[in-house]
Ligand binder design. Structure first.
Ligand code: NAD
Length: 480
């Protein structure tokens, strides 16, 4: 049994309480680790430590901070196999993907090490002689990161990298289901030379830790990634302290497949982005709209390629898909399938737990495609966050745009067409913060990533992700 501790004020500790949080392997349903459940006092200790270390960390030159982050990045890469194995064990994703995510975490730290050296400020001419305005950027103070289990390291690294590079200190509330790999990631950052108190990491219940962090007046910025319901809670809790908040929330991602698309590319994109990480991605495809003239051809090729995906325990064998991370996720997916079938959808593949001894235990579910769906079905309106996608035909581009926009979410959308004109029109008229055209990935680390509508506000990635942790200061100077 693995037992890991939290990090408060530079000390790995069990905290003030005695309660433990169990970590379950979703491929076997076995409890294989424990972490402490932080108490309210632990949260206060962590925030106080971050506050105490803020003065010296924020005064370090960005180049020195960058040096530490670059070293952290190297340490993470050197341990990526071990950290990746921990991630597979707690989250379920296949080992190669887990190692890929760890390496991505390292890349994010390196990116922000460099972006932190490029916080330039501006000089603005004034109308009066001998007067000038200067704009400088200063760190906001103590930051907090609250992140979910689907990408345990990547989503944390976005926040940790940007906060530390900008000169903020940080308190991280790690995902309850997957605390081990982020703790191992943080160990690398600490070993790289981050001073005591600059990073603090808490494990335990989100409702206790999250609420306590947000309400603490010493915390000046909260970066939250998670569900829309919890995000709204976070926002409500930030009112009294007027804490700066960024919210990366849920989505219901539409993919529009036009009749002039490159069919092989569109099918490959649909398979990858509907089922990778078992659909437990905020930018997983939930809804696919296909031009009626190519509808049946698309369905047949999509189902064929999907049925070729291998499923298994990602630590025991090489496979495309692991189990889902939680039992609740399997239940939601099954409920959405049932709802659509009862309302007349056509099941193309999947829809159940895979058969065979190796799947008896574990939160496994077959990648599932439903055709002939409509917007009365949960699969097209609620975020499933599982290996399920609904497909329906459209006749005109106007109809496709209307269907894509018929959602309260606005995180991302995907478009497949060979027409420059159509690509441009769909990119402009679909209401979402990120649009991927002829590719299945709307996120890259050096370009801004953020949602519209119920998918939240604020940005991560790119310089925009860094500026979330900075205050603007205008200095007006008379020179004579
Ligand atoms: P969740 O909202 O239940 O939990 C997210 C985090 O918030 C966890 O660390 C949790 O412990 C914590 N938390 C729980 N209650 C809290 C409270 N009252 N106050 C503060 N924090 C609290 O989300 P989840 O089910 O773990 O994650 C899946 C969701 O995350 C999906 O909706 C998905 O779309 C979304 N997500 C969004 C993005 C994005 O970039 N937009 C990325 C990944 C996941």
């Amino acid at each position: 049994m693995i037992h890991k501790k939290m990090l408060i004020d530079g000390v790995w500790t069990s905290g003030n309480g005695n309660d433990l949080l169990e970590v379950v392997n979703p491929a076997t349903e076995e409890v294989f680790a424990h972490v402490p459940k932080a108490t309210k006092e632990d949260v206060q200790d962590a925030v106080n430590a971050a506050d105490k270390s803020y003065k010296s960390w924020s005064k370090l030159s960005p180049f020195r901070r960058g040096e530490i982050l670059r070293k952290a990045s190297e340490i993470v890469i050197s341990r990526s196999k071990d950290i990746g194995a921990l991630m597979t064990q707690e989250q379920g994703k296949p080992l190669a993907e887990a190692i890929g995510e760890v390496n991505k975490g390292a890349e994010i730290l390196r990116y922000y090490a460099e972006e932190g050296e490029r916080i330039y400020g501006r000089i603005i001419p004034n109308s009066e002689d001998n007067m000038e305005s200067r704009v400088i950027y200063q760190p906001v103070g103590v930051a907090a990161a609250i992140s979910p289990w689907n990408y345990p390291i990547e989503l944390l690294a976005w926040k940790l990298g940007a906060a530390l590079a900008s000169g903020c200190t940080i308190v991280c509330k790690l995902p309850s289901e997957t605390p081990l790999s982020p703790l191992a990631f943080i160990e690398c950052v600490v070993e790289a030379g981050v001073p005591r108190g600059v990073i603090n990491a808490l494990t335990g219940a989100g409702s206790v830790i999250g609420t306590e962090i947000i309400r603490n007046p010493k915390v000046k910025k909260v970066a939250f990634t998670g569900s829309t319901a919890t995000g709204k809670h976070v926002l409500k809790n930030s009112v009294d302290t007027l804490t700066k908040v960024s919210l990366e929330l849920g989505g219901s991602l539409p993919m529009v497949v036009c009749k002039d698309c490159d069919m092989e590319l569109a099918v490959a994109g649909a398979v990858r982005r509907s089922f990778r990480n078992m659909g437990q991605i905020c930018i997983a495809i939930n809804r696919i709209y296909v031009h009626r003239e190519i509808y049946e051809e698309f369905l047949q090729k999509f189902a064929e390629k999907t049925q070729m995906l291998s499923i298994g325990n990602g630590l025991a064998k090489k496979c495309d898909l692991g189990p889902m991370c939680t039992k609740k996720g399997v239940e939601t997916t099954a409920r959405h399938v049932e709802d659509a079938l009862a309302k007349g959808a056509r099941l193309l593949c999947g829809g159940k737990k895979p058969e065979g001894n190796e799947y008896e235990k574990g939160y496994f579910f077959e990648p599932t495609i439903l055709a002939d769906v409509n917007h009365s079905m949960l699969v097209m309106t609620e975020e499933t966050f599982g290996p399920l996608v609904g497909v329906m035909p459209f006749d005109t581009i106007e109809e496709a745009i209307e269907l894509a926009n018929d959602t309260e979410y606005g995180l991302a959308a995907m478009v497949y067409t060979q027409s420059l004109h159509l690509a441009e029109r769909l990119a402009r008229e679909i209401n979402a913060g990120n649009i991927a055209i002829n590719n299945p990935d709307a996120g890259v680390i050096n370009a801004p990533y953020g949602g519209w509508k119920d998918s939240g506000f604020g940005h991560e990635h790119g310089p925009e992700g860094l500026y979330e942790y900075l205050n603007i200061k205008h200095i007006r100077v008379r020179y004579s």
